[in-house]
Design a protein around this ligand. Structure first.
Ligand SMILES: NC(=O)c1ccc[n+]([C@@H]2O[C@H](COP(=O)([O-])OP(=O)(O)OC[C@H]3O[C@@H](n4cnc5c(N)ncnc54)[C@H](OP(=O)(O)O)[C@@H]3O)[C@@H](O)[C@H]2O)c1
Length: 283
């Protein structure tokens, strides 16, 4: 198996593949995932305050004797901690839980929703100011966002001093959010694919199956290869150690332009597809 390659994207160098951890809360699962992932060459781990797994993750690193400086830890601030002061407090609380001096990536989990907040633009700008201050204080190396649409990004750019390096959005065959994808490319904002396997719901798609058969690969591997050929970093989640290996075994083949076009054209066939302006349950 090939090692995980690096996505060089403007000034940012980040692995093409990281480990998603949403719904990995059990200590034993986290320990075995972190151990196996690390030995396979995964270095980027995507955790979140909202996943309640920061402490479990820290224990997994410690129990597996993994040096902190070999990891890229990406954490997220939850919606209840928006605003300059609160985001600073939340970050410090997360650092304390993980027992680290810094985060490699710190992301806003969701933009303030238009449905709930008339002043969404102001709230996001104030939260971002707090994120920037964390960089100035040396607590965070890179800051970014999740689930931001083009409009949210454009609004943020009116007042930001530091540009978001990442927009982590749902991105998979059947849901590539082409307009947002193209906007991020034009702005040199890296797309990080959350749910790159459509939350496990798209793997029986017939187009993916046909291409997978010709390449002697699984449909999951086709989804991930498609993402990385689009300069997207993907963070699939699995608690199955064989699948961790399978998901990383995508650097020894290429999809043709024709195959990529076929995958681009797949209509929605599964996934979460949450519109960040429509949701109300996330605050
Ligand atoms: N920022 C956000 O708002 C946001 C939203 C969603 C996700 N995320 C991040 O993105 C990560 C990934 O997204 P996700 O967890 O929604 O879904 P995903 O990675 O697209 O899919 C995960 C599902 O696919 C299965 N799976 C994994 N590898 C497989 C393989 N090779 N073959 C067959 N099935 C496979 C997993 O089951 P097993 O575990 O049983 O293998 C799980 O059911 C999350 O863990 C989280 O870190 C962020």
């Amino acid at each position: 198996m090939n090692r995980i390659e690096t996505n060089i994207y403007g000034d940012l160098s980040i692995p093409y593949l990281g480990c998603g951890t949403w719904q990995i809360t059990k200590a034993d699962d986290m320990k075995s995932v972190v151990k196996e992932a690390y030995s396979l060459g995964y270095r980027l781990f995507d955790i979140a305050a909202a996943y309640s797994n920061e402490i479990t993750f820290r224990k997994a690193i410690a129990e597996n004797n993994i040096p902190r400086d070999e990891l890229l830890i990406s954490d997220k601030v939850w919606n209840t901690s928006r605003g300059y002061e609160k985001v600073r407090e939340a970050c410090k609380a997360s650092l304390h839980k993980i027992k680290t001096d810094y985060l490699d990536f710190y992301l806003i989990h969701w933009p303030a929703s238009k449905k709930l907040h008339d002043n969404w633009e102001e709230i996001n700008a104030d939260t971002w100011r707090g994120m920037e201050s964390l960089v100035y204080d040396g607590l965070v190396r890179n800051i970014g966002v999740c689930n931001f649409k083009k409009e949210h990004l454009k609004a943020l750019q009116k007042t930001s001093k530091i540009k978001p390096v990442i927009d982590q959005i749902e991105f998979h065959p059947g849901y590539m959010q082409a307009e947002l994808y193209n906007y991020c490319l034009s702005e040199s904002i890296l797309i990080e694919a959350s749910s790159p396997l459509g939350n496990g719901q798209i793997l029986s798609n017939s187009v993916l199956k046909e291409i997978a058969a010709t390449k002697n690969k699984s449909t999951a591997q086709i989804c991930l290869r498609w993402a990385i050929q689009k300069k997207v970093t993907a963070i699939p989640k699995t608690t199955n150690t064989d699948r961790l290996k399978e998901n990383a075994d995508i650097f020894d083949f290429e999809l043709s332009e024709k195959e990529i076009a076929l995958i681009d054209a797949i209509p929605f066939c599964g996934g979460l597809a949450i519109d960040s302006d429509e949701v109300t349950q996330f605050g």
